[in-house]
Write a protein that binds this ligand. Structure first.
Ligand code: NAP
Length: 313
């Protein structure tokens, strides 16, 4: 058989990179496979104010935090491959991962594929993604300089990203399905004090539309009165932005039928073991109560430590 790793870590977000760091420090022969950029959702998050040691005042961001995590995992000898894994065989002593570029083998696997943004759920959404609809303020805020922007959601992400967008847009309106935000009080205080931020309460986006393939119209329903408000781009602007921050869905389709899950989230014990010996899971793809960078990193550390024990045994 070809090169067999002690452990393959699938995904280079905070969970995968922390696992890589711990595996490397344990002198395990470890490989991290990532299909796009490192960091997962953190790579597209502007402000992270609750990771211990990360001080927003010093202009730290998600990408700068993740860059340090990547460097640290590499420093301890973790190998890297950029590939998209298309199928996995997790049962058996040697696990096999088949990617677009090659096949990879290991005695243990840590699943750390994270989660992705939940779609807004309105009619015609797919048609306008990348043409006015976005799920990443850090990536796309610049396109909406001096334009009007709407943000769907009421949690920490929606409110923080909406505030970030006020640095670019002429005006930002948060559309929230209730009359009260879910975001932390400290974040709410900043938002209510921001003069460029407006709110549409008890509202959901029903449908989007536009001319010449760009987002220029939407219909917003008040959930209490059922009244529909039609929003149209300013004639001079020709378009507006619509950002969705309404939570996440786990990236676990690849493991269906092999790893035990509940509503798409991988089930593990406290030590990150899944139902399959030698297969561990870490980060946002797990069923757990708090999905944060700090808990993802902790999961990764625990998983790699358990891999070491598993291989010793
Ligand atoms: P979240 O806390 O789950 O909030 C999702 C928001 O979207 C909620 O306000 C929810 O409304 C709304 N929503 C959900 N489904 C919807 C739908 N189908 N249509 C319309 N609205 C919908 O998600 P998040 O804000 O992305 O945060 C995820 C986790 O990351 C949280 O634990 C959060 O604390 C953490 N986080 C922390 C920071 C920070 O501390 N700096 C930054 C970002 C994220 P309801 O309120 O009515 O349920």
């Amino acid at each position: 058989m070809e090169n067999v790793y002690d452990v393959i870590i699938l995904g280079a977000g905070p969970a995968g990179l922390a696992a890589g760091l711990y595996a490397g420090r344990s002198r395990l022969k470890a490989l991290i496979i990532e299909k796009s950029q490192d960091g997962g959702q953190i790579a597209i998050t502007n402000e992270i104010e609750n990771y211990p040691g990360q001080i927003v005042d010093e202009e730290e961001s998600g990408p700068s935090l993740i860059a340090r995590m990547t460097k640290q995992a590499e420093k301890f000898g973790c190998e890297r491959v950029s590939d998209t894994i298309e199928s996995v065989e997790l049962e058996g002593e040697i696990k096999k991962l088949v990617g677009k570029k090659g096949e990879y083998f290991a005695k243990a696997v840590i699943l750390a594929t994270g989660a992705h943004s939940r779609p807004i759920g309105c009619k015609n959404e797919a048609e306008f993604v990348g043409k006015g609809i976005s799920f990443c303020a850090t990536c796309d805020a610049n396109f909406f300089t001096d334009l009007e922007v709407y943000v769907v959601g009421g949690g920490d992400s929606a409110v923080e990203e909406a505030m970030f967008l006020t640095n670019f847009a002429r005006k930002v309106t948060i559309i929230h399905r209730r009359d009260e935000l879910r975001a932390a009080k400290s974040i709410q205080e900043k938002a209510f004090a921001n003069p460029k931020l407006d709110f549409m309460w008890d509202s959901v986006v029903e449908e989007v539309g536009g001319d010449e393939g760009v987002l220029a119209k939407m219909w917003v329903r008040n959930v209490k009165t059922d009244e529909i408000t039609e929003i149209e781009a300013d004639e001079d602007d020709g378009l507006f932005g619509l950002f969705g921050f309404i939570g996440f869905l786990p990236n676990t389709d690849l493991f269906e039928g092999q790893v035990e899950m509940e509503r798409g989230y991988v089930l593990t014990d406290d030590d990150m073991h899944t139902n399959i010996p030698g297969v561990f899971a870490a980060g946002d793809l797990r069923k757990k109560s708090l999905r944060q960078v700090v808990t993802a990193a902790a999961d990764g550390a625990i998983a790699a430590t358990q891999v070491y024990k598993f291989l010793e045994e």
